[in-house]
Design a protein around this ligand. Structure first.
Ligand code: AMP
Length: 279
């Protein structure tokens, strides 16, 4: 018998979370769960007594021209997966409760949100930092488990929890990939079958960068050029390719094993991201 409790009321979740007496692990998600999400849930289960997962497709992190309406959703399937993993609470708030009509407050992290995904999605991180702040206040966790798949996001959120003195520790977890290397993403569902090869150009780019570095290449510019070629010749369209310092997210000219290759590309109408270090 599953013990998963589904909660859609902010007040009810806050009443419960005000009295946590044991270590609470939290995994915020937008649902349509895959093995990447489940790896975070498993890490939370291993580390914490109580596990809360949220499913909320946060409208404020999507620009009007983005894929909010077509973002994949399947609540019943997600719920079943979380029951199987013996998650304690599934928090599933409503838009009208998260952003009531008179909503006015936004959280912003400067600098770290300007480049990379922030360039083509200038309002995205404000939506992410705001919703995660709200979720932390509602769920009151000790630890939050997040994927390195969204490397800029986790970097921004680590800065935010430190700067705003949130009493939560963010634990970064490795990227989970399909057998062929494609980083798992809910958006992969929207890929057409003929686009799979194009989508693979992202993970192949990370491999290419590692190989070039292993063979002695340290010029960021040259590695980036080769990645542009690889992605564009696959039929996908580069949004950006950068090699950055993993802490400051600033561009590096000469790379080392800790440098982070971060990229985004459009595969048809689907925008995918990937990243990796050069180790
Ligand atoms: P999302 O539902 O896309 O908002 O993602 C929720 C959480 O799952 C975030 O912390 C993501 O970084 C993480 N995540 C998404 N895809 C993966 C993946 N392939 N491997 C590891 N973590 C992931």
């Amino acid at each position: 018998m599953s013990k998963l409790k589904v909660i859609d009321s902010i007040e009810e979740m806050q009443e419960i979370s005000a009295n946590w007496s044991e270590e609470v692990g939290f995994v915020p998600t937008m649902g349509y769960l895959h093995e990447g999400h489940l790896s975070l849930v498993k890490a939370a289960k291993e580390n914490c007594k109580i596990v809360v997962v949220s499913i909320y497709v946060n409208p404020s992190q999507f620009a009007p021209n983005e894929d909010l309406d077509t973002y994949p959703r399947d609540f019943d399937r997600d719920k079943k997966l979380l029951e199987e993993l013996e998650v304690d609470y599934l928090f599933f708030p409503k838009d009208s409760d998260m952003y009531p009509q008179n909503y006015k407050t936004w959280v912003n992290v400067n600098d770290l949100t300007k480049g990379l995904c922030g360039k083509s999605r200038p309002t995205h991180f404000q939506g992410v930092t705001t919703v995660v702040s709200k979720l932390i206040n509602i769920v009151n966790p000790n630890k939050m488990f997040m994927g390195e798949k969204d490397f800029q996001q986790i970097t921004v959120l680590k800065r935010m929890v430190e700067d705003l003195n949130f009493r939560v520790k963010i634990i970064g977890c490795d990227i989970v990939r399909e057998k062929d290397g494609l980083a798992m993403s809910s958006r992969n569902k929207n890929l057409k079958s003929e686009d799979r090869e194009k989508a693979l150009s992202l993970s192949r780019s990370i491999k290419l960068a590692k190989n070039l570095f292993r063979d002695g290449e340290i010029e960021s510019r040259i590695i980036k050029e080769k990645i542009w070629e690889l992605i564009n010749s696959s039929g996908a369209k580069v949004d950006y390719v950068e090699i950055v310092d993993p802490v400051t997210l600033e561009d590096v000219e000469k790379v080392d094993e800790k440098s982070r290759v971060i990229l985004a590309a459009y595969v048809g109408s689907v925008r995918l991201i990937d990243n990796g270090n050069l180790e």
